[in-house]
Write a new protein. Structure first.
Length: 163
């Protein structure tokens, strides 16, 4: 498989505190067709990572490569409001940004079922979440970012509960 997403030494600074990066030398790669979860405990780091991945912002430093010509972003929502567009448009990259945030267990399961329906081996799925258990249960690979840095990158089956 080819690399679909790669980040090398990516740094993003907080607008309110430029001396304190929310992403600090973040490096990882995701292969085409892979379902990877990035567990980020800091909401500002998760939002910065999403902005870099969806190309709405450029990092302060480092390089980002995204092979996909089409990207869909799924956000936290009710299952009834899940967009049909990602299924219809067949995006090459799906960024799921905290898709179960604030939902009850039943609704969260429906959202994850929708996400798994997109996991056809042809699309690359990057799940951004603060929930390590969710990442471990649903993704094949878990990348853990703590204090703005990658501290673990492993097969999901090798990750302990909680991350």
């Amino acid at each position: 498989m080819n690399v679909a997403v790669s980040m090398s030494r990516v740094r993003m600074e907080a607008r309110s505190r430029p001396d304190r990066p929310v992403l600090d030398s973040v490096t990882f790669a995701v292969l085409g067709g892979e379902f990877a979860a990035v567990v980020v405990s800091s909401p500002s780091a998760r939002l910065a990572l999403r902005a870099v991945l969806d190309r709405s912002e450029r990092p302060t430093a480092g390089t980002v490569f995204i092979a996909a010509s089409s990207i869909a972003v799924l956000e936290s929502s009710t299952p009834e409001r899940l967009p049909a567009a990602p299924l219809d448009a067949h995006p090459q990259l799906v960024i799921a940004d905290d898709p179960t945030g604030g939902l009850d267990g039943h609704a969260a399961r429906r959202v994850m079922e929708h996400l798994h329906a997109l996991d056809d081996g042809c699309r690359t799925i990057v799940l951004l979440t603060h929930d390590g258990d969710l990442a471990r249960r649903h993704a094949r690979r878990v990348i853990l970012i703590s204090d703005g840095r990658v501290v673990r990158d492993a097969d999901a089956t090798l990750c302990p509960p909680g991350g």
